[in-house]
Design a protein around this ligand. Structure first.
Ligand code: PHE
Length: 461
């Protein structure tokens, strides 16, 4: 195995006290940095566009607050009480059981997601550089489509950009939890929020902006299918970084005095706000210039550049937009990367730098395959799906909801109510409303696992 080559100090770090984030703000921004990503700015708008706009958003918000938020509390609890990586936190809390396999599902999902994530992250870098150097100007509608198709299908440039992106993540993560993750999030997330607000204001000032808002917020349930409901659930899990251990790993670095309920609420609200704000950037602009809102995954890369091109100061707005995407991608990619790093550090005794490098290499290989599946390897299909689509389907539609369901079951049924309460109140040191605790526990025990199961089954029928 490759890791043996890297492994020198096997098991030497296992008993060391775990590092923690140094401030509450840093901790929240790191978790928000994980949550806010392509899911909010790229995936959410096109899923909403494809599934009836407002109707999808209502189901999405229900999934976020009734299922996602509760599942996040469970995931935070496991990490904070287990104080280890995604596999060993389960071992710590329930020794000699099979529960740690949930952690392995998470590791698998993490690596698969990164394989795709890094490809799309690379596109954002390319689009930022192209737009800020006036390279995306004055094409025709089909010219923008062609640009995207040609670029993503090419075998060389997208790979260079994905390698650059993965190495940036590697360099930042090699610096550790406090000076890597926490510092990067503290600098990048406020910038992201400010730039996003600037973009929202600009979009709302466009002619016909109201049409975009109507599309976004006026529900049309006739265009929502069961598949749309599953898409909303998968989107909630993906956007909140749930079900694969990103939040679990970050919460293993939370300080003892963290208030998990409050932190969860903050992260969930900020993440949902960013998704809605992204919709408010994109749809008013799309409608103002008569483009199609149902453009699917190409919305942000094929349709928007054309829309920006027609706007006054378009180069400025598009550069800001792609910069926001770059930041969002980077902080999310780092959290995915960290899940696997923490595992190799705790379990295999690798140094942080070596663990990070090892994963960087594996993800680059997957990323190359995923990128080539849009060009040279497009014919290589399984069940009609390309490599890129397979990675996305297995990770986002199967592993994340499944992981989230199992983590919820673990906390409610295996750890039980007493540990749940003592975890959320820090052994009675924080006052949390009793009814609230009961409601959340009830949701966790019955509603979350059942809802995930039902949505899963109906979508397969
Ligand atoms: N939440 C991230 C996004 O919205 C993606 C992600 C999923 C990150 C799972 C970590 C874990 O883009």
């Amino acid at each position: 195995m490759l890791f043996r080559i890297f492994a020198k100090k096997k098991n030497c770090m296992i008993n060391k006290k775990r590092v923690t984030f140094s401030s509450k703000l840093g901790m929240i921004l790191a978790a928000v940095g994980s949550a806010v990503g392509l899911g909010n700015i790229w995936r959410f708008p096109y899923e909403a566009g494809a599934n009836g706009g407002g109707a999808f958003i209502i189901v999405y918000i229900l999934c976020v607050f009734l299922i996602g938020m509760v599942a996040m509390i469970a995931e935070f609890l496991i990490g904070k009480m287990g104080r280890k990586n995604v596999v060993d936190s389960f071992n710590q809390l329930k020794p000699n059981s099979a529960w740690h396999y949930v952690g392995y599902i998470g590791l698998l999902a993490g690596v698969l997601i990164m394989g795709n994530y890094v490809v799309v992250s690379g596109w954002t870098l390319k689009y930022f550089l192209a737009s800020s150097t006036f390279g995306l100007q004055d094409l025709t509608v089909s010219g923008y489509e062609e640009f995207f198709i040609k670029y993503t299908a090419s075998s060389f440039e997208p790979i260079i950009y994905l390698v650059i992106f993965m190495f940036i993540s590697h360099l930042l993560l090699s610096r550790g939890v406090k000076t890597g993750i926490e510092k990067a999030s503290k600098i990048m997330m406020p910038i992201l929020f400010i730039l996003l607000l600037v973009l929202v204001i600009n979009s709302l000032l466009l002619p016909n902006a109201i049409k975009g808002l109507e599309f976004l917020f006026k529900p049309d349930f006739s265009s929502l299918s069961y598949q749309g409901v599953l898409a909303a659930l998968a989107q909630a899990f993906f956007s909140l970084s749930l079900g694969m251990g990103a939040m679990l790993t970050y919460s293993s670095y939370f300080r003892e005095d963290v208030n998990i309920m409050r932190t969860t609420a903050q992260v969930v609200v900020l993440d949902t706000m960013v998704a809605l704000l992204s919709g408010m950037v994109i749809f008013p602009a799309v409608f103002a210039y008569g483009a199609s809102p149902e453009a699917g995954p190409g919305l942000v890369f094929k349709v928007l550049p054309n829309v920006f091109n027609q706007m006054p100061l378009g180069v400025l707005w598009s550069s800001i937009f792609y910069l926001v995407l770059i930041i969002a991608c980077l902080t999310s990619l780092m959290s995915l990367h960290e899940v696997v790093i923490a595992y190799f550090m705790d379990k295999r005794g690798l140094s942080r730098r070596k663990a990070s490098l090892l994963i960087t290499i594996v993800v680059i290989v997957l990323g190359i395959l995923s990128s080539l599946s849009m060009g040279k390897l497009n014919d290589l299909r399984l069940f009609g799906k390309t490599f890129f689509d397979i990675l996305d389907f297995i990770s986002a539609s199967i592993c994340l909801p499944l992981g989230g369901m199992l983590m919820s079951i673990f906390v409610a049924w295996i750890l039980g109510k007493d540990k749940f309460v003592s975890g959320l109140t820090n052994d009675g040191k924080i006052v949390v409303n009793k009814t609230l605790l009961n409601v959340v526990f009830f949701l966790l025990k019955y509603i979350v696992p059942m809802a995930i199961l039902i949505i899963f089954i109906t979508s397969l029928l």
